[in-house]
Design a protein around this ligand. Structure first.
Ligand SMILES: C[S@@+](CC[C@H](N)C(=O)[O-])C[C@H]1O[C@@H](n2cnc3c(N)ncnc32)[C@H](O)[C@@H]1O
Length: 349
């Protein structure tokens, strides 16, 4: 932390300071542990873009969850965003989970900077950092919740997250904690999302940056089902290049950002994409130079007849055309398969 001098911290914003912490700690993290713990931190432009996706507040009190908080870049961007809006909340409560001890001092500094910003804007900020495994802490709360009245689990109005990405082995403690609350999941990021969604209040909002892998494939089928039952997706942003979102860290993942609201009516989905990550604010909206955008009916993203619940994020009309054609073939194939199946079973009888 010695690299951050006081004069810098008095003039820089909470988010800019978090960016300097991110760059500082990224140099100190041990590469092997870094990849084991999924410690790839969000840069300022992406964090600000994510924070800008939340709707305006109807609540006097915001309760924000940042699970796997790192140095707190997402929280800082969130606080900055809400302090800059015309309608302020009166109170913000933030709960951050972070397992890595070397992040904690930075995270505490980010919270101090956020407190200062809130105080200047007449907002009361309370915060709590849990230095524990979010999956363990969350699963225990959910398990206790089954037997207690009033509920044992904490609840939140907002979740912002860039969860760690890692396969969870079948014999790992995290897999067992998740199984104990009835969740069968093989990747840590889907486990983080599941617990966070469980903790979200009705009409609560979630913004996350995650790999695109959950959108299709059999491993994520039960997660997709859960996600789509609980949440209504309002926005996807796709990074067209695998390298760009975490370019400082050489992460070769196809990443997407999504915004979803718990229990909202199904309407349209806005799909944007870009190669660049250099978002900036224009006319109150975060945009990026090469951004494409489409607004599509919900049924173009999740086909109502699709039992696999694949999530189609077509960034161009041509891609959508291909998706729609393939879906028709799949639907006909499924129908033919089930007709054949019932005829065969009829013949067997
Ligand atoms: C992908 S990084 C994102 C950090 C931060 N949210 C950001 O966007 O810059 C994930 C963070 O989760 C932390 N982490 C990994 N496993 C965790 C766990 N089981 N519980 C809590 N935090 C965890 C890592 O140490 C890392 O800081």
């Amino acid at each position: 932390m010695n690299s951050i001098n006081l004069s810098q911290s008095e003039t820089a914003s909470a988010t800019e300071l978090a960016e300097s912490y991110r760059l500082d700690i990224s140099r100190k993290l041990v590469p092997k542990k870094r990849s084991e713990m999924g410690q790839f931190l969000t840069s300022v432009p992406i964090a600000r873009f994510m924070a800008s996706l939340f709707d305006s507040v109807e609540y006097g009190q915001i309760r924000l969850l940042d699970a796997g908080a790192g140095v707190g870049s997402l929280t800082a961007a969130f606080v900055e965003e809400f302090c800059s809006r015309t309608t302020h909340p009166q109170e913000i409560y933030i709960k951050a989970y972070e397992l890595e001890p070397t992040m904690i001092e930075y995270l505490q500094s980010t919270f101090t900077n956020c407190c200062r910003l809130c105080r200047d804007n007449g907002i009361d900020l309370q915060e709590k950092i849990e230095v524990e495994d979010f999956i363990e802490g969350g699963a225990k709360q959910l398990a206790n919740d089954l037997f207690q009245c009033p509920p044992a689990k904490e609840s939140f109005t907002h979740v912002i997250m860039n969860p760690p990405y890692k396969k969870i082995r079948s014999n790992s403690p995290q897999r067992k904690w998740l199984q104990a609350v009835g969740v069968e999941i093989s990747n840590l990021y889907a486990g983080f999302l599941t617990i966070a969604i469980e903790m979200l209040r009705p009409r609560g909002e979630l913004v996350a940056i995650v790999p695109r892998s959950f959108c299709n494939g059999p491993y994520f089928k039960s997660f997709r089902r859960f996600l789509l039952e609980q949440m209504t997706i309002k926005r996807f942003h796709v990074f067209e290049s695998r390298t760009h979102a975490f370019k400082d860290d050489e992460v070769l993942q196809e990443n997407i950002i999504f915004h979803a609201v718990k229990g909202a009516a199904l309407e349209t989905v806005r799909i944007t994409s870009s190669h660049s990550v250099e978002f900036s604010k224009e006319y109150g909206e975060m945009i990026v130079e090469d951004m494409t955008q489409r607004t599509v009916p919900y049924s173009s993203v999740v086909k109502p007849e699709d039992s696999e619940k694949f999530i189609h994020i077509a960034t161009t009309d041509f891609e959508q055309h291909v998706v729609d054609r393939i879906s028709v073939f799949n639907y006909i194939a499924t129908l033919n398969h089930s007709r054949l199946d019932s005829r065969l079973r009829g013949n067997d009888a």
